[in-house]
Design a protein around this ligand. Sequence first.
Ligand SMILES: Cc1cc2nc3c(=O)[nH]c(=O)nc-3n(C[C@H](O)[C@H](O)[C@H](O)COP(=O)(O)OP(=O)(O)OC[C@H]3O[C@@H](n4cnc5c(N)ncnc54)[C@H](O)[C@@H]3O)c2cc1C
Length: 392
Amino acid sequence: MRTDQYQGHDYYLMDELLTEEHKLVRDAARAWVKKEVSPIIEKTWEDGIFPRHLIPGLASVGAFGPYIPEEYGGAGLDQISYGLLMQELERCDSGLRSTASVQSSLVMYPIYKYGNEEQRKKYLPKLASGECIGCFGLTEPDHGSNPGGMVSNFKDMGDHYLLNGAKMWISNAPFAQVAVVWAKDEGGRIHGLIVERGMEGFSTPTMHGKWSLRASDTGELVFDNVKVPKANLLPNKSGLGAPLGCLDSARYGIAWGAIGAALDCYDSALRYSMERQQFGRPIGSFQLQQKKLAEMITEITKAQLLTLRLGQLRNEGRATSAQISMAKRNNVNMALDIAREARQIHGAMGITNEYPIMRHMCNLESVITYEGTHDIHLLITGMDVTGESAFK
Ligand SMILES: Cc1cc2nc3c(=O)[nH]c(=O)nc-3n(C[C@H](O)[C@H](O)[C@H](O)COP(=O)(O)OP(=O)(O)OC[C@H]3O[C@@H](n4cnc5c(N)ncnc54)[C@H](O)[C@@H]3O)c2cc1C
């Protein structure tokens, strides 16, 4: 079992820009991860199963609904604390962060923002405590980057809705008790519905064969004439903007999370470069290895500053979707580049599970695709600066 020797890296003294609360939240999450998750993560990843016994611990560090108000069971924290939590979880594993992101931003957020008071009181406290786990069904077999083309639909049957369709690539689906599902009404308008496990005609087959995000469970959602109570429709927002609003919140968390994965790769590479001797010297004393390390910490530092500023804007309610796209795209790509460089610094050892590098690298291949691909986020920036949409 590998000892987690990770130390944070703060080249531009960013801690001075954080509050005591931010640092407490981050340090508590880091301590929990080191004690409870790091010792089992490699085995868990190899087994390809999300470690469900960690759910109470995730709840205890505030990872479920960090910014949801305390009256609904959330932690009532700001956006920077939320980001730092995601950073610490993904520093360990992107799958761990994904489970928390889905629960917070894709399940609790829509219920809080688009739900009514009854729905908030019924679902949010149980989701915050981890008693109930949720998933978010937007992607369909034939509609990934273009979710507006979805074919899942529901009909008004008078006293209930009848839901049909299928979703795929859904994180947490195999064990979630509730699903926030996006489907079109008879007029073709998109709405969110809360579908509960046990409803007749609703199944969640597990998807197998992933070489990425193996510590997160992924599945399909299949709706075969599912009777959904009318009380389960999210009443306060409809249209494609509703799921996209949730994605803004999750993508913001990913931007922080990716910094965590990059920091872990850099941390491991820096330590290895000072320990590993070749030609009678630590490999970290060679210029070529120093170039890699210097470029890594430069890119991490730029991402940290970009993302902290984004967090400030989100705290003020001023961050735009396009700004979030830029941070998600930049940071995930940065983390993937760093994982590849770190792998080389570790030489052959870099391909083993003695070090976290290959696991991060494989995970980040999902992170660069989900919640808007690398290409789509670039096109969002392009549209934002030119006013012209290149993707539809
Ligand atoms: C591990 C994992 C977990 C996931 N979890 C969830 C979840 O919980 N809930 C959920 O709803 N979804 C989830 N997803 C799905 C994810 O959001 C989609 O995979 C993603 O949106 C991309 O869709 P796609 O895979 O169908 O790719 P496609 O949309 O088919 O894209 C294929 C390629 O074409 C490019 N492309 C597409 N359109 C354009 C265009 N207009 N211009 C230029 N290039 C274009 C893309 O950039 C990409 O490179 C998950 C995915 C993974 C891998």
